[in-house]
Ligand binder design. Structure first.
Ligand SMILES: Cc1cc2nc3c(=O)[nH]c(=O)nc-3n(C[C@H](O)[C@H](O)[C@H](O)COP(=O)(O)OP(=O)(O)OC[C@H]3O[C@@H](n4cnc5c(N)ncnc54)[C@H](O)[C@@H]3O)c2cc1C
Length: 492
């Protein structure tokens, strides 16, 4: 161990000590994440586990230590506000468990996949597609880990119909904050199962998730429709998410194009199409995009279905664009867009900052929210992507820890800013102004991927009933509050 490291590191059981790394290079990466805006002390050491048993042994050491140390699993480091940091404690490099390909196993007969918590969705998807199957609901971006996502919820354009990704989980293996390895499901240790899903890493480390699958049509018709009017966009979105099962689209999302933002996606639009759209965006301060998709096997049937649906929507005539792609190409679209964005940036990607704000906004206040937020953002002139699409609350399981507004329909509004080292504070200030606006105007929005620093804010976030339940679960499963300290829920 390097000089100056804490004494507890010398008292770790030898079989685990050999897997801990504390040199500067090893720990530095674990004090950075995708957001790039939070500075924290690095962990004292990084565990490179060979198996889930190593993680359990580490957590048992942490419990036995004279002064217990904190432990945080790092999935793929895609948090934006340091939520996976473990300053002065031990960060678990979950990626170490990824090698070997043994930890993704599909049962086509029973329609599920068993995936290690450390796995990336892209690898899980590729394996399930080999069996002609896929999950019901997907996040937009597949380079996130199974457990990092399930610790939050997992939202995307299929949630309106199938719920967030946590809704498709059948069973979990969890190592609790006491170092116990527990298999849980809706029937077995259901309190832990529900608590861990959306549980922000507070109750245990997920090492395996069993997730239900369904047969997947080979192709996807992917459409983008443009609107110059917010109310037309939202009423079309709300209409579409009210349709059930086979009648409507399989995927519904949307975007706000602020401050004459131009479209730049050669993977989707031809040069001529992009020019025509950008002439329109030049005319309007804000424009809106409805993104929808149908999964299909037969071209003639999809033609009929899409035509019927388009007739009922009020996008700008002539501004509907469509493309047929494979299932994989569709689900991996954001990665392709990200790569294009990065390659066309003049700045070194490591210098980019991402001060994101993700909110769930009740449908009844979405118009007020939009007016307030667009006003605030006009003065800031941000760059990035703003997603906006509605979801049905009855697709969320109230028993899980993840928190949503108390209204039948609510919107996911995602301000996914990209900024320079110099500018991010302006954007973070803009985000705070938006939160302040919600507070003043009584817009009962809930943060997704929340990053509060005070217990009072967390209590308000969860609401009385959920907070009480979450506290009891914490007492039961991580009584020394060792896990994921930088969520600042039980450690402030
Ligand atoms: C480019 C990009 C696109 C995104 N797209 C979406 C999207 O479409 N939908 C969506 O819902 N979210 C999306 N997110 C947010 C994403 O869900 C979160 O960033 C989430 O944290 C997953 O990232 P990760 O796997 O790297 O986990 P990390 O950021 O490493 O970890 C997140 C939290 O989970 C804990 N954790 C990690 N592994 C485990 C484990 N095995 N057991 C228990 N706790 C664990 C960590 O300690 C931390 O508290 C996106 C993020 C980025 C950067």
């Amino acid at each position: 161990m390097a000089a100056g490291t804490p004494s507890w590191l010398d008292n770790i059981a030898p079989e685990i000590a050999s897997k801990l790394h504390s040199d500067g290079d090893a720990v530095a990466r674990f004090a950075t994440d995708y957001g790039g805006i939070i500075s924290a002390a690095p962990p004292a050491a990084v565990l490179r586990p060979s198996s889930p048993e190593d993680i359990a042994a580490l957590i048992r050491c942490a419990n036995r230590a004279d002064s217990p140390f904190s432990v945080a699993a790092r999935g793929n480091g895609h948090s934006t506000h340091g939520q996976a940091f473990a300053p002065g404690g031990v960060a678990i490099d979950m990626a170490e468990l990824r090698g070997g390909g043994q930890r993704i196993r599909v049962s086509a007969e029973e329609s599920y996949v068993d995936a290690g918590g450390e796995q990336l969705w892209i690898d899980v998807l590729e394996e399930t597609l080999r069996h002609g199957m896929s999950m019901r609901s997907w996040v937009d971006y597949l380079y996130l880990t199974v457990s990092g996502t399930l610790s939050n919820g997992g939202v995307g354009g299929m949630v309106f119909q199938h719920g967030p990704m946590v809704s498709s989980v059948l069973e979990l293996d969890v190592i609790t904050g006491k170092g116990e390895m527990v298999t849980c499901s809706p029937e077995l240790h259901s309190d832990l199962f529900n608590g861990v899903l959306g549980g922000l890493g507070q109750l245990g480390i997920i090492t395996r998730a069993r997730i239900s699958l369904r047969p997947t049509p080979a192709k996807v018709r992917w459409l983008r429709l443009f609107y110059t009017d917010f109310d037309s966009l939202t009423s079309d979105q709300e209409f579409l998410i009210s349709l059930r099962d086979t009648v409507g689209f399989d995927y519904v999302e949307g975007q706000v194009l602020l401050n004459h933002q131009q479209v730049d996606d050669p993977n989707f639009f031809s040069i001529e199409e992009a020019e025509r759209i950008n002439q329109l965006t030049a005319e309007f301060n804000a424009m809106y995009l409805l993104e929808v998709a149908v999964f299909f096997d037969s071209t003639s049937l999809v033609d009929q279905k899409v035509e019927g649906l388009l007739q009922r929507l009020s996008f700008v005539p002539g501004f509907a664009f469509s493309k047929d792609v494979s299932h994989l190409e569709f689900l991996n679209r954001v990665y392709t867009e990200e790569e294009h964005r990065k390659s066309s940036m003049a700045v070194d990607p490591s210098k980019i900052r991402h001060p994101w704000l993700n909110l769930f906004v009740p449908k009844s206040r979405i118009r007020d929210f939009q007016t307030g937020a667009e006003g605030i953002l006009q003065n800031i002139n941000p760059t990035g992507v703003v997603l906006l699409y509605p979801m049905n609350r009855n697709r969320w399981n109230e028993n899980m820890t993840v928190v949503v507004p108390d209204e039948d329909v609510f919107y996911s509004v995602e301000f996914l800013w990209t900024s320079t080292e110099q500018d991010w504070k302006n954007l973070e200030a803009g985000n705070n102004e938006i939160l302040g606006f919600c507070h003043r105007q009584g817009v009962q929005a809930k943060q997704y991927l929340a990053h509060y620093k005070s217990r009072t804010d967390w209590m308000e976030h969860f609401g009385e009933v959920k907070w009480k339940r979450f506290m009891q679960l914490k007492q039961t499963y991580d009584p020394k509050a060792l896990l994921s300290p930088e969520q600042h829920i039980f450690t402030n």
